[in-house]
Ligand binder design. Structure first.
Ligand SMILES: [Fe+2]
Length: 180
């Protein structure tokens, strides 16, 4: 006997399955190998530049140029998963090996030993899960870096933090209209 639909059920339109973090990483890797696309990104010594890309499965993707000495500051991507990979130059990622509570706090004292850092030379990248907290920097004094990023679901918000030693402080929540 088959169950009859609940009167509360809502039809769900058919859609492609959500991309996994591994699929996003595969996408950013393949995109970074498109040398013509990477070369098409305008580079500006005064600030970051970007091109919006079509990511797989409805994800949000970007090609980003980083002048020497630029960085994002500490932030997370709320409930989005993602991946990014360096296409040219070298990026440094500082991250926290902890999943932070999403809401209801203004400052957090971080436990010891949760800081991670990795150097991402051209062709190297990483995937990340929900609530990944990090900052990305181009520490070079002379070389631009270029990277490819993909997020799913498309970024509904970014939370920005300041960091003083072990204390992380929520500074603001940005919505797409603030930073696109
Ligand atoms: Fe990020």
């Amino acid at each position: 006997m088959s169950a009859s639909p609940s009167p509360l059920s809502v039809p769900v339109p058919p859609s492609a399955p959500a991309p996994t973090a591994a699929e996003l990483l595969d996408f950013v890797r393949r995109t970074a190998e498109d040398t013509a696309l990477v070369a098409s990104l305008p580079l500006d010594p005064e600030g970051r530049t970007w091109i919006r890309l079509d990511g797989p499965g409805g994800s949000e993707a970007w090609l980003i140029g980083w002048p020497p000495g630029t960085g994002t500051g500490w932030h997370d991507h709320a409930d989005s998963i993602g991946a990014f990979l360096t296409a040219a130059g070298t990026l440094r990622e500082h991250s926290l090996a902890a999943r932070l509570p999403t809401d209801g706090w203004k400052t957090l004292e971080l436990a010891e030993d949760i800081d991670r850092t990795r150097e991402l030379t051209a062709g190297r990248g990483r995937a990340f899960g929900r609530h990944h907290v990090h900052e990305v920097l181009n520490e070079s004094v002379s070389e631009h870096a270029v990277s490819v990023h993909a997020y799913y679901p498309p970024l509904p918000q970014i939370r920005r933090y300041s960091r003083a030693g072990a204390v992380l402080r929520l500074e603001q929540t940005e919505r797409p209209e603030d930073w696109q």
